[in-house]
Design a protein. Structure first.
Length: 112
């Protein structure tokens, strides 16, 4: 009988503690994705200098993206949820310089 009286108190305490722990604001300035089996950042096409065949991202805003996938990936959705204004995707042509593109993208963060 005593356990039946304690259970609501424990549940109340856990709900209060979990809301306190989850209220911490993690403000990350960038998302780094180096590419693995779950992501397609477009680096293979940029590194090897060729465009992949279809679907090459045609479902991703109806434009080719130099990706082997056909649309958004998990990292795209995560970047929209957390840092949509700072996240830059690798949606550039194969002829552009990755290093210069990265410096231009990170310049506001490095100079502040």
């Amino acid at each position: 009988m005593a356990a039946g009286n304690i259970a609501p108190q424990i549940l109340t305490l856990l709900s209060i503690l979990s809301s306190t722990v989850n209220s911490i604001d993690f403000n990350y300035p960038a998302v780094f994705n180096f590419g693995d089996s779950n992501s397609d950042t477009g680096d293979l096409a940029a590194g090897l200098g060729f465009l992949p065949g279809p679907p090459y991202g045609r479902a991703y805003f109806k434009t080719p993206t130099a990706r082997f996938c056909d649309g958004r990936l998990i990292v795209d959705f995560l970047s929209k949820v957390s840092i949509s204004n700072l996240a830059k995707h690798c949606l550039f042509n194969c002829m552009q310089n990755d290093f210069v593109y990265t410096l231009i993208t990170l310049a506001p963060l490095l100079l502040s």
